[in-house]
Write a protein that binds this ligand. Structure first.
Ligand SMILES: [Zn+2]
Length: 354
């Protein structure tokens, strides 16, 4: 992977690691005090990164970008309309964070990362964003060009949080953001997370046990509302095991993540995922032994397996808006800036009571 001088990257890495360790020891050390501030893996100690500081004073909405892979492959203008709309609507809708649930590109090649990066970088210095890698974003060994497009040697990559798990990567990250006046932890995990990544995520959740959390990863929920579970294969196509990405380091499916991370950490309230076609929407509620509940959402509008997927225009530009309120409800809506259309059915417009 080229694109960034090793010496510069090494310097940035040391800084990020130092702040990440400080965060794990005392989250508040890196957190901002003002509403709308974002702290996270790189923290506000990254002086001048300040995209969050430039954001709206009253943030309560998170925009979710599901599988954009066919836009990167064929419909660059749709991808750009999504991110430009988010920037344009930032103040009016109080958008405080953008989350991408993976499959940013269809193939891990420069031509597609060029498209994805040019759209996503429209968010720089406007709205902080987090990326989770999907199966299409990586090659053998989980190698990905993603880092050539989002790591900057000055550490000022918008408010995107470099990973404290692996400072060379941007797909295992967390931030805290104030939404409707209270802090929320967002943690994003790579596709079929490795065992060590799951361990790291557990440490982050434990260190922030009093902060309600949203976890997102590319493959978690299947289209019938059940979690991906290798015990029932082959009933759930596209199970993470089918991709054999670093199997020697562990591949955790939805059931693994529930058992190891989500069930034990009561602060996790919501899980977001994508990946599944053609019926790419589902939602369900999981209940812990303690009686507490976790909402589980799947959204992916691409509808077919091969680019260009002309009938749906690769997904038609639909994105999700999660509007948080002070009573810990989330109003979920689905809208396409490309089509200027909303999806009003109850799979796409609903309210979650947390
Ligand atoms: Zn996928």
């Amino acid at each position: 992977m080229g694109g960034i001088a090793p010496a510069l990257r090494g310097g940035a890495m040391s800084f990020r690691l130092a702040c990440a360790l400080a965060l794990l020891a005392a989250m508040s050390a890196c957190a901002g005090d003002d509403e709308g501030d974002v702290a996270g893996a790189a923290g506000s100690g990254r002086a001048g990164s300040g995209a969050a500081g430039n954001g709206p004073a009253d943030t309560f909405t998170v925009a979710v970008l599901p599988d954009t892979q066919f836009y990167a492959c064929e419909y660059a203008e749709i991808f750009e309309r999504q991110t430009q709309w988010i920037v344009d609507q930032r103040d009016a809708r109080g958008i405080g964070l953008v989350v991408h649930t993976g499959d940013i590109v269809d193939a891990n090649v420069r031509a597609q990362w060029d498209v994805a990066a040019s759209s996503l970088h429209l968010l720089d210095n406007a709205v902080p964003y987090m990326l989770a890698t999907g199966n299409h974003d990586v090659s053998d060994g989980r190698e990905s060009l993603i880092d050539d497009y989002f790591v900057r040697p000055d550490g000022a990559a918008g408010a995107l949080a470099p990973s404290p798990y692996d400072p060379d990567r941007f797909d295992n990250t967390f931030v805290t953001v104030r939404l409707a006046g209270q802090p929320w932890l967002f943690i994003g995990l790579e596709f079929g997370p490795r065992d060590a990544v799951v361990d790291w995520a557990g440490e982050v959740l434990a260190a922030n046990a009093d902060v309600p959390a949203v976890l997102f990863t590319h493959a978690y929920l299947y289209s019938d509302g059940s979690r991906y579970d290798r015990a029932v294969q082959p009933l759930q196509p596209y199970h993470p095991d089918a991709y054999a990405i670093t199997p020697e380091l562990g591949i955790n499916d939805g059931e693994d993540l529930w058992r190891k991370l989500i069930e034990p950490h009561e602060n996790v309230r919501l899980v977001l995922s994508g990946h599944v076609i053609p019926d790419g929407t589902a939602r369900s509620v999981a209940t812990r032994a303690s009686g507490s509940r976790v909402h589980q959402l799947l959204a992916n509008y691409q509808q077919c397996a091969q680019c260009p997927c002309t009938e749906s225009e690769g997904g038609g530009g639909y994105l999700r808006l999660l509007e948080f309120d002070a009573a810990e409800r989330i109003a979920v809506t689905t809208y396409s800036p490309h089509r200027n259309a909303a999806l009003a059915d109850d799979e796409n417009t609903f309210t979650l009571d947390l």
